[in-house]
Design a protein around this ligand. Structure first.
Ligand SMILES: NC(=O)c1ccc[n+]([C@@H]2O[C@H](COP(=O)([O-])OP(=O)(O)OC[C@H]3O[C@@H](n4cnc5c(N)ncnc54)[C@H](O)[C@@H]3O)[C@@H](O)[C@H]2O)c1
Length: 253
């Protein structure tokens, strides 16, 4: 699928990996719609990128708000043919600790945003994509979700996050199979450690320590490297149904 003249919905598109994707798609001639709760960053990016960018301050879990926003996108840009899901939150809490068992509502919140939120967006986008005419590559749309290497190598205290990302990864093949008849692909990226606002907050020393385990190159990933990978997946019609690591070879103990 070509990025020029594409219309994408990018959740979490106002920060980190999502923001890099928003900028990349825009630079390649795409129209970008950011679905992100961060109103300040979202509106600033919308202002910077101009008329081919629209920000919606919506929660990916809110069925009605998302449906309304998607309808506005269709009215303004006439189609949706790319959906990249980057909105996500993290939590550190052990299954059981001195404070007692893992708080159930916090567990559910992570599953809700990372897993149910991703599914909420992709199902609504898929319905709209199915109405697109076939493009020159015989495609109608593509969905790219963001899991994490924590889906496979979750660390202590990552039970909720790892479970949510495991769910995102596991959805990939059934979604690709469900949507194959409509000529819509579904892929998933499992990033390693990337230097985003989340990681920047940890400080230089912690980032350096984490980077030691990366095989090569010995550094954290840059958001632009994620965006580059997303664009390559969009442009290569034969990539479908897979969960792909992007991690400099790191394998967490
Ligand atoms: N940074 C990493 O090293 C890394 C590694 C593996 C996976 N990931 C995943 O990549 C994705 C992006 O991470 P990032 O590091 O860019 O994080 P980030 O915090 O920089 O960006 C996440 C964005 O999602 C938005 N968001 C959060 N909850 C939302 C909701 N309910 N509705 C709408 N928007 C919401 C936030 O406002 C924020 O702008 C996440 O799913 C994260 O789990 C990140």
């Amino acid at each position: 699928m070509e990025l020029k003249d594409s219309v994408s919905i990018i959740t979490g598109g106002a920060s980190g990996l999502g923001e890099a994707t928003t900028r990349k798609f825009h630079s390649l001639g795409g129209k970008v719609c950011i679905f992100d709760l961060d109103n300040l960053r979202g509106k600033n990016l919308e202002k910077e990128l101009g008329e081919n960018c629209a920000h919606f301050s919506v929660d990916v879990c809110d069925e009605t708000a998302i449906l309304n926003a998607i309808n506005i996108v269709i009215n303004r840009f006439n189609k949706i043919n790319i959906n990249v899901n980057c909105a996500g939150i993290a939590l550190t809490e052990k299954t059981f600790s001195k404070e007692g068992p893992h708080d159930l509502s916090r567990f559910k919140r992570i599953i809700d945003v990372n897993l149910v939120g991703t599914f909420n967006i992709l199902r609504l986008c898929a319905e709209k994509m199915a109405k697109n005419p076939l493009d020159e590559n015989h495609e109608r749309g593509i969905i790219i979700n963001t899991a994490s290497i924590a889906a496979l190598e979750g660390q202590k205290g990552q039970i909720a996050y790892a479970a949510s990302k495991g769910g995102v990864a596991a959805m990939t093949l059934p979604v690709a199979r469900d949507l194959a008849r409509e000529h819509i692909r579904c892929c998933c990226i499992a990033p390693g450690l990337f230097l985003t606002p989340m990681f920047e907050g940890l400080g230089e020393e912690v980032c350096e320590a984490l980077a030691k385990d990366v095989v090569f190159p010995k550094r954290l990933g840059e958001p632009n490297e994620f965006a580059e990978y997303v664009s390559q997946i969009v442009q290569n019609t034969y990539i479908n149904g897979s969960v792909m690591r992007l991690d400099g070879g790191i394998r967490l103990a």
